[in-house]
Design a protein around this ligand. Structure first.
Ligand SMILES: Cc1cc2nc3c(=O)[nH]c(=O)nc-3n(C[C@H](O)[C@H](O)[C@H](O)COP(=O)(O)O)c2cc1C
Length: 431
């Protein structure tokens, strides 16, 4: 990346689910309708974001107190609609913004996924990506007929092969295969479409795909696993990695490590962008923002169960069974290993950890100008490549970011003020 400009994305946790219910500024949406998401996408495009990433998961959590109650009662990660039907609605409502749905490499059939993403890329004229996750929950595995989940490292071996196969299917049609030659009576040139005869350890597919090559060639490939296996997977295939880290030194170390891995995999380190999850608190004055951030911290401290239940559903560990004030020690998981490691590093006891719990970098508190300056400094220190906003989705928060913070970033020359290209991939790699 250039030293001056960086990229912006929005990581929408809980995706096509319930947002801000029973919270001030939560609005009064019908959560089954796509209106809030469409407005979000339009706002992000007005602010020239690179993309909106739609999180997903495939289970009802029951990782706190051994039951689903905690999650169902609070609409925590459930109910959640399938985000894929949102994608064409969002691309239809925008012209340049990238849209990145999440899919599971453990449970989606690769041929169907290749076709689905190719279709969306054709419909949107080159504006979709795909967030590849291995799915980490035992309950998700059971929803697909397994008794226990596939082992963590093997899931990544499968993911590797899955992505290889999907890319081969996208390449099974040449870019100029569709000739639509009326005089010769030929729609598709048969010379330009081939079987792939892929036979791997986990997947096989004859091919070719039964739709045309996606306009981007490869829709943008994204992943977020932070374990060594996750980073290797990223190094081999990905265009973007997203990471939720709490300190600038962790960001810097992650970036150095990832760039080394990408180079060792025979790729240009600049071919894989790394974007860091942030949740800023913005106010009209620095003092007002600080007060809001302190209020949020007080809520965290009064109610540690929320963080523990959230983390439980990501790591498949029931933290309600632990003493809140005893040293927590080492824990292992077949779930999200990178996330667990970071979680445990935030304190000695579970209470301490819950108090300090951050999903990403939150030390961005102040006026739009102040936060914009701080973001630019972080990027200077880390070297690139951008940020993913996250946090409770409300129209108020979206306006603070897209109408307050981003214009301040634009005045600094830190982010784009207009899109230069039609395709998502070209905008992402423009700098
Ligand atoms: C910022 C971030 C976003 C993620 N989004 C999703 C998601 O939408 N769905 C999902 O199943 N996993 C998601 N994950 C999980 C990872 O993609 C990955 O599968 C998981 O962290 C296991 O990887 P690890 O053991 O390598 O850390 C996310 C992780 C992070 C850090």
């Amino acid at each position: 990346m250039s030293a001056e400009r960086f990229h912006l994305g929005w990581f929408l946790g809980n995706s096509f689910g319930v947002h801000g219910w029973n919270q001030p500024w939560g609005g009064s949406e019908d959560w089954t309708q796509p209106d809030l998401h469409i407005e979000l996408a339009r706002s992000l495009e007005r602010a020239c974001f690179d993309y909106l990433l739609l999180e997903d998961s495939l289970f009802v959590p029951d990782n706190f107190g051994g039951s689903m109650d905690f999650y169902l009662e609070r609409a925590l990660r459930v109910p959640k609609n399938d985000p894929l039907p949102l994608v064409p609605l969002l691309t239809q409502a925008t012209k340049r913004l990238g849209i990145v749905p999440t899919i599971s490499t453990s449970f989606y059939p690769p041929y169907l996924l290749a076709r689905l993403i190719a279709t969306l890329d054709l419909m949107s004229q080159g504006r979709v990506g795909c967030n590849f996750v291995t799915s980490t929950s035992e309950r998700a595995a059971q929803n697909f007929g397994l008794e226990t989940h596939i082992e963590h490292d093997q899931r990544y071996e499968m993911a590797d092969e899955f992505v290889d196969l999907v890319c081969r299917l996208w390449e099974s049609w040449d870019p100029d295969a569709i000739v639509m030659d009326r005089q010769a009576g030929v729609f598709v040139d048969p010379e330009k479409v081939r079987a792939i005869d892929f036979k791997g350890r986990f997947f096989a597919s004859r091919g070719p795909l039964n739709t045309a090559r996606p306009p981007q060639g490869r829709p943008v490939l994204v992943q977020a696993g932070g374990s060594p296996q996750g980073r290797q997977f990223a190094a081999r295939h990905m265009d973007v990695v997203i990471a939720a880290l709490g300190t600038v030194s962790e960001m810097k170390a992650f970036r150095q490590d990832l760039r080394q891995r990408v180079a060792a995999a025979g790729r240009d380190p600049d071919a894989c962008k790394l974007m860091f999850v942030i949740a800023p608190t913005i106010g009209e004055t620095n003092a007002e923002a600080l007060e809001r951030s302190q209020r949020r911290q007080a809520q965290r401290e009064a109610y540690p169960e929320l963080a523990l239940a959230q983390m439980g559903s990501l790591t498949d560990i029931d933290f309600s069974t632990f003493d809140l004030d005893a040293p927590i020690g080492e824990l292992t998981t077949n779930g999200q290993q990178g996330t667990l490691k970071r979680f445990l590093a935030q304190g000695r006891t579970l209470r301490e950890i819950a108090h300090n719990y951050r999903y990403g970098y939150e030390d961005l508190v102040g006026t739009p100008e102040h936060v914009a300056g701080a973001m630019a400094e972080v990027m200077q220190e880390v070297g690139g490549d951008g940020f993913m906003f996250t946090g409770m989705l409300t129209r108020r928060y979206v306006a603070e970011v897209t109408d307050g913070l981003v214009p301040a970033l634009q005045r600094l020359g830190a982010v784009r003020s207009r899109y230069e290209h039609e395709h998502f991939r070209d905008n992402l790699f423009a700098y």
